[in-house]
Design a protein around this ligand. Structure first.
Ligand code: GLU
Length: 275
């Protein structure tokens, strides 16, 4: 009897492993560009809680922001005027798993190109050059990241973001409190659970515009170039995305979208970001 149970257990493990392997390989084997051309649709992983980049409009339920507009324009460029962009909300920690398991075709969600991430996914060239800053309550004694490099200081960030990793480098003495998304991080700052919130300047400007009692400080202590992430072995898709991006930069669409979203943002240098 014992032997039979043993055999059944081993059989179960083998079946589960085979299932997992074939599941993974079907994602890896898929030619995303071809499949999207056939379905006339690109499925993008985007932020839904990040003003200026990807934010859900509570009245209409629609997503709005620079990345949403850019993803729509790139979809039309690649698939033609009838091509459809579908959006799946992601957070900093769910975006790579959702890409890996094939739920989304590409990530356009304030994601910095880093060597560590390049081990898992492939990136297009940068489509937005952000830098990391701090958001603090107006009048706060915190003026830069060095001010936070002391025991007892608490910095708020989002798990899965590059920003929290950078804090370990620039303010190793501070404690980092990681929230699951930027909406929660802002709520934590307002309820004084930390002395500053850290992430990229563009995201922080979006928060400051909604919360006039808060301001962006700290200059730029890192470079955070955003890339569109795709799965490994999707060269035709990545090449097409780079091609579409270049076309939108050349024909003025990119600058038009940059002006639409960042032209009136206090502290943001539109002229410097133009392409
Ligand atoms: N750009 C940084 C990152 O990729 C912070 C923004 C985010 O959390 O998406 O991690």
């Amino acid at each position: 009897m014992k032997k039979i149970w043993h055999l059944l257990t081993i059989l179960g493990i083998v079946l589960v492993s085979l299932g997992t392997l074939s599941g993974c390989s079907s994602v890896a084997k898929k030619d995303v560009l071809k499949a999207d051309q056939e379905s006339n649709r690109i499925t993008w992983g985007v932020k839904a809680d990040t003003r200026l980049f990807g934010l859900e409009n509570i009245r209409t339920g629609k997503l709005e922001g620079f990345e949403i507009d850019l993803a729509k324009a790139m979809t039309k460029e690649i698939l033609g005027p009838k091509g459809k962009a579908t959006f799946v909300p992601v957070t900093s920690s769910t975006r790579v798993p959702l890409l890996k398991n094939g739920n989304i075709d590409a990530i356009m969600a304030t994601m910095t190109i880093t060597p560590e991430r390049e081990k898992q996914v492939d990136f297009t060239k940068s489509y937005f050059d952000a830098v990391q800053s701090l958001l603090v309550k107006k009048g706060s004694p915190v003026k830069n990241i060095q001010d936070l490099n002391k025991a007892g200081e608490v910095i708020l960030g989002v798990s899965g973001s590059n920003s929290v990793k950078n804090v370990a480098k620039y303010a190793p003495k501070a404690k980092v409190l990681q929230l699951s998304d930027y909406a929660q991080a802002m709520t934590a700052l307002k309820s004084k659970q930390g002395n500053a919130l850290t992430t990229d300047n563009g995201i922080l400007y979006g928060m400051a515009s909604e919360n006039p009692g808060y301001e962006v400080v700290g200059g730029n202590f890192t470079k955070e170039p955003y890339g569109i992430a795709v799965n490994k072995n999707q060269e035709p898709f990545r090449n097409k995305l780079n091609w579409a991006l270049e076309r939108l930069e050349k024909n003025g669409t990119y600058n038009r979208l940059l002006l639409k979203w960042f032209g009136n943002v206090k502290g943001f240098n539109y002229q410097e970001m133009k392409r």
